[in-house]
Ligand binder design. Structure first.
Ligand SMILES: Cc1cc2nc3c(=O)[nH]c(=O)nc-3n(C[C@H](O)[C@H](O)[C@H](O)COP(=O)(O)OP(=O)(O)OC[C@H]3O[C@@H](n4cnc5c(N)ncnc54)[C@H](O)[C@@H]3O)c2cc1C
Length: 285
């Protein structure tokens, strides 16, 4: 049994007031799919659980001029069903389809996925290719935190204990983009944490040369990364098989530069190149 008080504020100001007084003793709770696991293992031990999962202010999906906004308490299922996300951030919707199981998707939130800062968080590579930032509030005010700065390392969130993510701000897919994808390798097809994941968004000219590219990798490095070397290498070129194979090799070298050559590299080196080819091969046609 846990010795913890469960608090469910009705509004965002109530949540912030509670955090203002009790932040160091409080864990924020959304869907609880990470929090409950961490409490059971003893890694998380706080006096209060502050449930923000049903706050209306954290649950909208909106498109405004040049910005797609997704509330932090939006569930993975809601992302998977959203036509707005399908249209403006298709790789994120694809990631929702490959996430855990239906039961988990129905309660797990995008805010919890990002704040948990797992290297394997499925929503993070798609957020990275949309230059996303988290809108964060605390009793002291509001700020935007780029997703790239959210994790200080695996499972280490850079937010302060009194800070709460309210929403994510994404740059919508440019009109010219004709290719977007999310790929993931896990131990199983369903209910599998990613051992490797990637998201991409690409536009091509009429001669098929790449005129816009965003590419991000998850699970292989301590924190998910935009791989700008790959983007720069492919930009302006016509993607034939040889070019993509070379880019795949650059990607595995880039991963090893960050992680060092661990025993798992025997598997990861060819696997990352294979997954990259699986994702990018349609561009050769
Ligand atoms: C069986 C199982 C399968 C899973 N499969 C996958 C998978 O395939 N892919 C994947 O990426 N993950 C997977 N996960 C991990 C988990 O489901 C996700 O990370 C999920 O998105 C977490 O969201 P949540 O709402 O449940 O977060 P919670 O568990 O409620 O919270 C997670 C963390 O985020 C913090 N937090 C939550 N909301 C906010 C907020 N608004 N502001 C600030 N901090 C906040 C919490 O304090 C906590 O530290 C799986 C988990 C389980 C148990």
């Amino acid at each position: 049994m846990f010795n913890v008080d469960y608090i469910r504020p009705q509004t965002l100001p109530q949540a912030l007031a509670f955090l203002g007084e009790n932040a160091p003793d409080t864990a924020i709770l959304a869907g609880g799919t990470d929090v409950m696991v961490d409490m059971r293992s003893g890694e998380l031990n706080r006096r209060y659980l502050l449930d923000v999962g049903r706050l209306a202010e954290l649950r909208q999906i909106e498109i405004t001029e040049g910005e797609l906004t997704i509330g932090a308490a939006t569930t993975i299922s809601e992302i998977g069903k959203s036509e707005m996300i399908e249209r403006h951030a298709p790789a994120l919707r694809m990631a929702a389809d490959k996430f855990a199981s239906r039961q988990v998707r129905n309660i797990a939130t995008i805010g919890g996925n990002v704040a948990h800062c797992s290297p394997c968080g499925d929503t993070i590579p798609p957020l990275l290719i949309h230059d996303a930032a988290a809108g964060v509030v605390s009793p002291a005010g509001q700020r935007n935190v780029p997703i790239e700065e959210m994790a200080g390392g695996p499972y280490h969130c850079t937010l302060g204990p009194n800070e709460l993510i309210t929403h994510f701000i994404l740059k919508p897919k440019p009109e010219a983009v004709d290719f977007a994808d999310f790929q993931k390798i896990g131990r199983r097809k369903e209910l599998a944490i990613a051992r490797m994941s990637m998201a991409a968004m690409i536009a091509r000219e009429s001669d098929r040369s790449i005129s816009f590219i965003r590419f991000a990798l998850g699970s292989c490095t301590p924190t998910p990364h935009r791989f700008r070397d790959i983007e720069n290498y492919l930009f302006g070129k016509i993607p034939d098989e040889g070019l993509l194979r070379q880019a795949g090799r650059m990607l595995s070298e880039g991963m090893l530069e960050i992680t060092g050559r661990r025993p798992s590299a025997i598997y990861k080196e060819p696997a990352i190149q294979g997954l990259f080819m699986r994702m990018m091969y349609p561009l050769t046609r």
